[in-house]
Design a binder for this molecule. Structure first.
Ligand SMILES: Nc1cc(-c2ccc3ccn(Cc4ccc(CN5CCCC5)cc4)c3c2)n[nH]1
Length: 244
């Protein structure tokens, strides 16, 4: 997969050189290019923003530098348009399902807005060159798109083949089956008056799996009742129903 990120703060994306994503890049599992939007300005002051039509506080990002930048990174391909992800408080909510969907793409382009956002005509213009997806990280306002891109690239990148050492760990994590994950423990078994649940020391793998499934349901019902409504009836085995 090829990922291109355009930002006026390219150094904000430096953490993607570290750890699993950094290693995936070194191993050639993922190509990640970060581009400075100011590279695509033509004036002496490298201007990327201006005052908003209609008035209002703050500044808006000018359209032309964005069109230049996005044209430059769109890999020419006849069969399908690359995906352009535009982080925005007004986007569709990012979640694990969308992470899996985007992990299938050949190229992802991320446009990191700042100020009060990007001139909307860029989104309209981009429709002919990209499959455009405004995406929200959550219902809160950040100062720009970079933090959202860090989160999304990590969530998507770890799903790519070979990036996570043990692919099994992707199966039982939160949201992979619509439920929150079960609690985990390690040595010592007794720690500051807190003991590991004895079932986990029993070696009875059937009972351990049952206990973990029960914990998934208990936690989801307690912390995210909204997820319980969305559970596909098919997901609920007979044992699950007993756990409810
Ligand atoms: N999930 C999530 C994503 C973001 C996010 C993503 C990109 C940008 C680019 C600029 N901002 C700051 C910012 C400041 C003020 C407004 C509200 N204004 C009201 C009228 C016009 C706009 C919006 C946006 C971003 C924020 N935040 N949260």
């Amino acid at each position: 997969m090829r990922i291109d990120v355009v930002s006026i703060f390219p150094e904000y994306l430096a953490p993607l050189e570290l750890s699993l994503i950094g290693k995936a890049r070194q191993d050639g599992l993922l190509e990640l290019n970060v581009h400075d939007l100011r590279t695509f300005t033509t004036d002496k002051h490298r201007t990327v923003d201006d005052t908003p039509y209609g008035g209002g506080a703050g500044m808006v990002m000018k359209p032309e530098p964005w069109a230049q930048a996005l044209e430059s990174v769109a890999a020419a391909r006849e069969n399908s348009k690359p995906v352009l992800i535009v982080p925005s408080p007004a986007g569709e909510k990012f979640n694990q399902a969308l992470a899996y969907e985007l992990a299938e793409e050949e190229q992802l382009v991320f446009a990191c807005g700042r100020y009060e956002g990007i001139d909307e005509r860029v989104i309209d213009w981009a429709q002919d060159h990209f499959r455009v997806r405004p995406v929200s990280l959550g219902d809160y306002v950040l100062n720009g798109g970079e933090v959202a891109v860090l989160a999304m690239v990590e969530a998507i990148g770890r799903l790519l083949p070979g990036v996570v050492g043990n692919p099994e760990s992707l199966v039982e994590e939160s949201h992979s089956d619509g439920l929150l994950e079960y609690p985990v423990y390690t040595k010592p078994s007794a720690w500051r008056d807190h003991d590991v649940p004895p079932i986990l020391l029993s070696g009875n793998h059937g009972k351990i799996a049952q206990w973990r499934r029960h914990e998934q349901f208990r936690r989801t019902a307690e912390r995210r009742p909204d997820l319980m409504e969305g559970l596909d009836a098919g997901v609920l085995s007979r044992a699950d129903r007993q756990a409810l």
